[in-house]
Design a protein around this ligand. Structure first.
Ligand code: SF4
Length: 380
C-alpha cells in the first residue's frame, strides 16, 4: 500500500562567490568536492530507499547554494539517481534554484528535458549599484537574458526572488524593480526582507556602522508597495513573502507551510518524517566522509510531541494568507482550535493582529508586519 506522499529537498551548497548577506550553508572555492558530493548524495538516497520505498514523491526542490553552478554532468547524475531510487509521481513539481551568471540556454534546455518543470531565479534587486553592494555576480540585463532563455527552453513556471530593505534601496528602486519583473510575467514572485545574520560580511559591516539600511518604516513601505503592485497585476498574495499567478503557488513550499513531511538530502539539510525532525551535518567535507563510510550524516534527531506539532502547525500555517482552517486543525489533531489556543486567538484578535471569520484564523494587515510576535504566542 502506498503511504503518505513525500517532498524531497536536495541541497547543493556550491556558489561561484559568497554574497555579502548570505548565511545559507553555501561555499565558494570548494568546486573540487562537487563530484564526490554528488556521489555522497546518491549513497544517502540509497540509505533511505528501503525505509521510504512506499512513499510517492510529490515534489522535489533542488536548492542551495547555486544548483545550476554544478553544470550538466553533475546535475544529470543527480537527476538520474533520484529517479532510480525514488518513486516520483507523474506531474510532480520539480524545482531547481538558479542564479543569473550560472545559466546557459544549453543547461536550461537540458534541465527542462530532464523533467525539471519549475525554475526559481535569484534576482534580488534590479539596480546595478545595489546588486554590487550585495556581492551578487550578475546584472539585471543578465537576469533578463537568462529569463528569456528559460522561456525558450520551455519553462512555463518560473519564480523570481526579490529582496527589500537593502542598503541604498529607495521607494523608487523598489517600485521600478517590481514593475520590471512583473513586465516579464513570471508565474511566481517572492519578496523577502533582508535580515542581517551573524557570520556574514554584512553583519561585520553593520556592527562597525558601515552598512546603512532603510529604517523599519521604510522597509514596511517597500513591502506593502510590492504587495499592492503584485496584487494589482493579478498575483495572488498567498504567503507572507510569496505571490503567484492563479494555479502557480509553489507546491513544495506549501508542504512546509502546512507542516507536512519532507526528506532533506545533502549537507545541512533538514527533514521531518514519522514524527521526528532531524538535520544533517553542515560541512560538505564531513557529509562526504560519513557517506563514504555508508553512515547517515544525521547530526541530531528530535521527537516532535503533540503540543509541539500543534504549535508548529499554527505558526507555519499562519504564514499563509488564508491562515489556519478550523476544520483541518480538528481533522489533524482531534481537538478544536479553541480548545487548544482559544485564549491566544482571543488576545491576538483583540489586538488587531489576527482575523477570525469563524472558519479560519489569519493574520491581519498589521499582523503581517508583526508576524513573529504573533507566532511567539503559539510557542509551547
Ligand atoms: S548565490 Fe545564493 S546561496 Fe550563494 S552565496 Fe549568494 S545568496 Fe548565498
Amino acid at each position: 500500500m502506498i503511504k503518505n506522499g513525500l517532498a524531497l529537498y536536495i541541497h547543493l551548497p556550491f556558489c561561484l562567490k559568497k554574497c555579502y548577506y548570505c548565511d545559507f550553508n553555501s561555499y565558494s572555492g570548494k568546486e573540487e568536492l562537487m563530484g564526490s558530493y554528488i556521489k555522497a548524495l546518491s549513497t544517502e538516497m540509497c540509505l533511505y530507499s528501503f525505509k521510504l520505498k512506499e512513499r510517492k514523491v510529490e515534489s522535489i526542490y533542488i536548492g542551495g547554494g547555486t544548483p545550476t553552478y554544478l553544470g550538466i554532468k553533475h546535475l544529470e547524475t543527480l537527476l538520474d539517481n533520484v529517479r532510480q531510487v525514488f518513486y516520483i509521481c507523474e506531474g510532480a513539481e520539480i524545482t531547481i534554484e538558479a542564479n543569473p551568471g550560472s545559466l546557459s540556454l544549453k543547461l536550461l534546455k537540458f534541465l527542462y528535458e530532464k523533467g525539471v518543470n519549475r525554475l526559481s531565479i535569484g534576482l534580488q534587486a534590479c539596480d546595478a549599484n545595489i546588486l554590487k553592494q550585495l556581492g551578487r555576480i550578475h546584472t539585471f540585463e543578465q537576469f533578463e537574458n537568462n529569463f528569456n532563455w528559460a522561456r525558450i527552453a520551455g519553462f512555463n513556471n518560473i519564480n523570481v526572488d526579490l529582496m527589500i530593505g537593502l542598503p541604498g534601496q529607495t521607494f523608487e528602486n523598489v517600485y521600478k524593480c517590481v514593475r520590471k519583473v512583473i513586465n516579464l510575467k513570471p508565474e511566481h514572485i517572492s519578496v523577502y526582507s533582508l535580515k542581517i545574520e551573524k557570520s556574514t560580511k554584512f553583519y561585520e559591516m553593520y556592527e562597525s556602522g558601515q552598512l546603512i539600511l532603510p529604517d523599519e518604516d521604510q522597509e514596511r513601505l517597500f513591502y506593502h508597495t510590492a504587495v499592492n503592485l503584485l496584487i494589482q497585476n493579478g498575483y495572488k498574495h498567498y504567503e507572507i513573502s510569496n505571490f503567484a499567478l492563479p494555479g502557480y503557488a509553489c507546491r513544495h513550499n506549501l508542504i512546509y507551510w502546512e507542516n507536512k513531511e519532507y526528506l532533506g538530502l545533502g549537507a545541512g539539510a533538514h527533514s521531518y518524517i514519522d514524527g521526528k525532525r532531524f538535520y544533517n551535518t553542515e560541512t560538505p567535507e564531513k557529509y562526504i566522509e560519513l557517506l563514504n563510510k555508508k553512515n547517515l550524516p544525521v547530526e541530531e534527531y528530535e521527537n516532535i510531541n503533540l503540543s509541539t506539532e500543534m504549535a508548529e502547525t499554527m505558526f507555519m500555517s499562519l504564514r499563509l494568507v488564508q491562515g489556519v482552517s478550523r476544520k483541518k486543525f480538528f481533522d489533524r489533531f482531534g481537538k478544536t482550535l479553541d480548545e487548544v489556543y482559544g485564549a491566544e486567538i482571543k488576545k491576538l484578535v483583540s489586538l488587531g493582529l489576527l482575523i477570525d471569520d469563524g472558519k479560519r484564523i489569519r493574520l491581519s494587515t498589521r499582523g503581517l508586519d508583526l508576524a513573529n510576535e504573533v507566532f511567539m504566542e503559539f510557542l509551547p
